[in-house]
Design a protein around this ligand. Structure first.
Ligand code: ADP
Ligand code: MG
Ligand code: ZN
Length: 201
């Protein structure tokens, strides 16, 4: 797709999809190009996501770029001050005020690239993603390869001891002993138990 970038001012790009769809890879690619073009570029990630190398965003394939961590969206605002291009990884983990912070950065002339999970492990819209998707100038929804059938995966399957995680479990469990797979809608197992209802919103 050929895109014309705005001549002036800031804008928001959202990169979303399930786990393993290449969001971090794409974020790194875009921010590295901005840096090569001589722009002041920064990647911020939530402090909650300490799975990898401290001080770097690392993709599942090993691509790496230095990054700073922020515990709150207010901290994102402070850290991003003075940068031309701001990448935010795992944006769905930030508090709801992240939408206003991003709006302010864009209004101040920054190019913001926000990458994050579109859906949680239940298949529901995740955190601030729905709002960010509506506000963005440019949106990319990436697919992974379904671990089951090899088709295009748009969902993230959480497994506990190899079985679908219960629908009623906590949404955020970074570093817990569960594992994740990318799955297509047909292969996705929602982990419904007797008391849970499959409602999207
Ligand atoms: P995300 O940030 O969306 O979780 P990453 O950018 O960290 O994704 O990782 C993408 C890389 O993960 C791919 O380039 C590929 O090498 C690897 N990978 C592992 N499992 C899968 C899968 N099921 N589908 C696609 N890529 C996968
Ligand atoms: Mg990632
Ligand atoms: Zn499948």
């Amino acid at each position: 797709m050929i895109r014309t970038q705005p001549h002036a001012g800031g804008w928001l790009e959202v990169v979303c999809g399930p786990m393993f769809s290449g969001k971090s890879e794409e974020l790194i690619r875009r921010l590295r190009r901005a840096e090569i073009a001589g722009q002041r570029a920064l990647i911020v990630m939530p402090a909650i996501d300490d799975r990898y190398d401290v001080g770097h965003v690392v993709s599942h394939a090993g691509a790496k770029m230095r990054a700073v961590t922020a515990a709150t969206s207010g901290e994102v605002r402070r850290l991003a001050d003075g940068y031309d291009a701001v990448g935010i990884d795992e944006v769905q983990f930030f508090d709801g005020a992240i939408t206003n912070v991003i709006d302010e950065l864009v209004a101040g002339g920054a190019r913001v690239v926000a990458a994050g999970l579109a859906q949680d492990f239940r298949g529901r819209p995740f955190g601030a993603m729905p709002t960010l998707l509506c506000l963005a100038e440019f949106v990319d929804k990436l697919e992974a390869v379904c671990h089951r059938c090899g088709g295009p995966a748009t969902m993230t399957q959480r497994l506990v001891d190899g079985s679908p995680a219960p629908f009623g479990g906590e949404t955020i469990q970074v570093g817990a002993l569960d594992s994740y797979e990318a799955r297509c809608r047909a292969c996705f197992e929602p982990g419904l138990d007797a008391g849970s209802v499959r409602a999207i919103a």
